[in-house]
Every structure is written in structure tokens, then in C-alpha cells.
Design a protein around this ligand. Structure first.
Ligand SMILES: NC(=O)C1=CN([C@@H]2O[C@H](COP(=O)(O)OP(=O)(O)OC[C@H]3O[C@@H](n4cnc5c(N)ncnc54)[C@H](OP(=O)(O)O)[C@@H]3O)[C@@H](O)[C@H]2O)C=CC1
Ligand SMILES: CC(=O)[C@H](N)C(=O)O
Length: 266
């Protein structure tokens, strides 16, 4: 497929997850054809069939493990070569709720492989093509935990802080080239995420937990608006503006080439 076909394909990783299903359907309703990525062929196929029945869009599936370098490379190759792909949504994510002293090395590696390495390579696969075309959208699901870590989510917190930091860099580089890099930062949301992380969201106050459909509806409105930052549960957007301003002021205060007085030997 190429642009001459006038198709717009959205690639969604984590498509069969608690957020990904409704998010993928929402993209199809917005006119995208889809490439759904996940590990389980049957689950992806069922979702694809449902979306085709509901929207009539064309839906492909790619059953692969993003933590497997060879399987990831196949997807990277497709993303770099297929000019019909105009949107990448990075929803795949894993976590382990565990003290850092007890988390297994395997779980650390898996979290870094999916949430950081695969995420980075997928962004890197589309960014040059989108920049050259002067259009394209990258949607990156971070988390509220990127801004204020929750101790037992240690490695996951850090991985989502990475998502925010890389996305901010890409926004700075790609905005003027016509590419939207959007960060969605959900609060705790009721999905199977918690089960795989080993902590039940039912242990949280019910009012702190968002419904997946509400999150997806908000995220898609943020996409329609072309926002760089989508904070679905934050009512007062001035809080976000103040947070961003404080980061700028912090760095302004630090970039002066001098030693602060409290660090000068008496
Ligand atoms: N739920 C929450 O409380 C919050 C979630 N988020 C973030 O939102 C995004 C979506 O979360 P949510 O839908 O709730 O999570 P889910 O656990 O429901 O879905 C995550 C998806 O990631 C996919 N995935 C995990 N590992 C791999 C892998 N190695 N290769 C391919 N796919 C993989 C899974 O695919 P498979 O179908 O193969 O298992 C699954 O569909 C994530 O990035 C998450 O970190 C952010 C804040 C809060
Ligand atoms: C906000 C949460 O607590 C959630 N676990 C997440 O960030 O994925």
C-alpha cells in the first residue's frame, strides 16, 4: 500500500488490552484502517472482526511479542516502509507491583523491553517518514505515575517518565515538521493491567479509578483536538500549565554556570 491509495492506517500496540480495544474502535470510527498489534492471534482476530463489523474499515493484525528483538524488527520494518501508516499509538505496557528489592530480573527486563526499548524503536521507525511527509501522529500512553512515582511501581514509574521525556523531545523536534506527538497520561483505570501487575485496583478508593471507556472517550477527544498533552482526569488545566512553567523556571535557575552559594566551601 502507498499514499497513492489515500489510505490512513493506524498502528495500535496493546490493541487487545483494556484501553486498546475501545481506542482502536474509536480510531476506526474516525476513518482509519488499522494494524492491531498484540501477542495473541485469536484475541486480535476477534477484535479485528468486531471492528470490521462495526465500521467496515480494513483491519489487519500482527501477533508478535514486542520484547522479542526479531519480532519487533518485523514491525519496525513495516512502520518505516509503509507510507499508508500515518498514526502510531503506543499503548502496549507492562508493570510489576513489587518492592524493588524483590522484583525479578526477568520482569525488569520485560518492562524495559516493552515500555522503553520497543516504544523507542517504534517511534524511531515512523518519525523520519512522518517528518519527510510533513504529517503524521504519534500517540504515547504514559501515566500519572510519570509525574509522581508510586514506590512499588518503581521500574514502571521510571519507564513512563521515559515515555514523557522522549515524547517531549520529539514534540520539540517534530512539531514544526507537521507531526503531532501526543502524550496521554491516564490516572488509575479499571483494566486487566492491574491483574498482570499483581495489584488489584479494587484496593484503591473507587473514586480514584477511571472507567476504561471514559478514558478512551477523553483520549480520542484530545486526539480530535490535536492536543500534545491529554490529561483525561485533570479538570483544572491551569495546574498543568503551572507544572510546565515550574520546570522551565527550574532549568532557567540552573543554567547559569555558577555554583550555588550553599555549595561554596566556607
Ligand atoms: N490501566 C491503568 O491503570 C493505566 C494504564 N496506563 C497505560 O495505558 C496503556 C494501556 O493500558 P491498559 O490497556 O490498561 O493495559 P492492559 O494490560 O489491559 O493492556 C496492555 C497491552 O499491552 C500488550 N503487551 C504487553 N506486553 C506485550 C508484549 N511483550 N508484546 C506485545 N504486546 C504486549 C498486551 O498485549 P497482549 O494482548 O498480548 O497481552 C496488552 O494488550 C499502557 O501503556 C499502560 O501502561 C497508564 C495509566 C494507568
Ligand atoms: C495510575 C496507576 O496507578 C496505574 N497503575 C498506571 O499508571 O498504569
Amino acid at each position: 500500500m502507498n499514499q497513492a491509495n489515500n489510505r490512513n492506517i493506524a498502528v495500535v500496540t496493546g490493541a487487545a488490552g483494556g484501553v486498546g480495544k475501545a481506542y482502536s474502535l474509536g480510531l476506526a470510527r474516525r476513518g482509519y484502517d488499522l494494524l492491531l498489534v498484540g501477542r495473541t492471534q485469536a484475541t486480535l482476530q476477534t477484535l479485528a472482526d468486531e471492528i470490521v463489523a462495526a465500521t467496515g474499515r480494513s483491519v489487519e493484525i500482527a501477533a508478535l511479542d514486542l520484547a522479542d528483538a526479531a519480532q519487533l524488527a518485523q514491525l519496525v520494518q513495516r512502520l518505516g516502509a509503509d507510507s499508508s501508516i500515518t498514526l502510531l499509538a503506543n499503548l502496549a505496557g507492562v508493570a510489576q507491583f513489587s518492592p524493588f528489592t524483590q522484583i525479578s530480573g526477568g520482569k525488569i527486563a520485560q518492562t524495559i523491553a516493552v515500555n522503553i526499548s520497543a516504544f523507542t524503536q517504534l517511534c524511531h521507525a515512523v518519525a523520519p517518514r512522518f517528518a519527510a511527509a510533513g504529517k503524521g501522529t504519534i500517540v504515547n500512553f504514559a501515566s500519572v505515575l510519570a509525574f509522581r512515582p508510586w514506590a512499588e511501581f518503581n521500574v514502571y514509574n521510571a519507564s513512563k517518565a521515559y515515555v514523557v521525556a522522549l515524547s517531549q523531545s520529539l514534540q520539540a523536534e517534530l512539531q514544526e515538521k507537521g507531526v503531532l506527538v501526543q502524550v496521554v497520561a491516564p490516572p488509575a483505570t479499571a483494566t486487566p493491567f492491574w491483574l498482570q501487575a499483581g495489584f488489584s485496583h479494587e484496593n484503591l478508593p473507587a473514586k480514584a479509578v477511571m472507567k476504561a471507556d471514559d478514558l478512551v472517550a477523553a483520549a480520542l477527544i484530545g486526539l480530535d483536538k490535536g492536543e500534545q498533552w491529554v490529561l483525561p482526569s485533570l479538570s483544572d488545566s491551569a495546574v498543568w500549565d503551572a507544572f510546565q512553567d515550574s520546570r522551565v523556571n527550574l532549568v532557567k535557575g540552573m543554567m547559569n554556570g555558577t555554583v550555588a552559594e550553599r555549595y561554596i566551601a566556607a
